[in-house]
Ligand binder design. Structure first.
Ligand SMILES: [Cu+2]
Length: 128
């Protein structure tokens, strides 16, 4: 006697879902850098202008016009924004994006401190 076995077909569903974790990129104007809303010159002993105002999600760009001195950009409240603690040379540009509303005081630790000397503030307001 010949018995015909039943064939159970098993479907294998192979999920090949590649999950791409995209870094948080400020939102807004396309991939990459956020729009620069304010420019600050880094001179030998100051940030000029010392106070700038931008909208949330936008960026501030610092440019060193300081021929020989080197500088950094440190938040007075550590962690309040992405600090730039490597020294900035003459002609170099640094762009930092600010995502949250608030007043962000900063300073250069070479020529200032949180309370004196080379300091500045970035005022970030909500988008209207
Ligand atoms: Cu400095």
């Amino acid at each position: 006697m010949l018995r015909i076995g039943r064939h159970h077909s098993v479907r294998l569903t192979i999920a090949t879902g590649a999950v791409l974790a995209l870094g948080a990129c400020g939102g807004g104007s396309g991939a990459g850098a956020a729009r620069v809303d304010a420019e600050v010159a880094i001179t030998d002993v100051s940030f000029t202008p010392a106070v700038v105002s931008i909208s949330a999600g936008r960026a501030v760009r610092w440019t060193s016009t300081s021929a020989t001195e080197r500088h950094n950009i440190l938040p007075v409240v550590d962690g309040s924004f992405a600090k730039h603690d490597t020294l900035i040379k003459s002609g170099e540009k640094v762009t930092i994006t600010f995502d949250k509303v608030g007043d962000y005081a900063y300073y250069c630790s070479i020529h200032g401190s949180p309370t004196a000397g080379q300091r500045g503030t970035v005022k970030v307001s909500g988008i209207n």
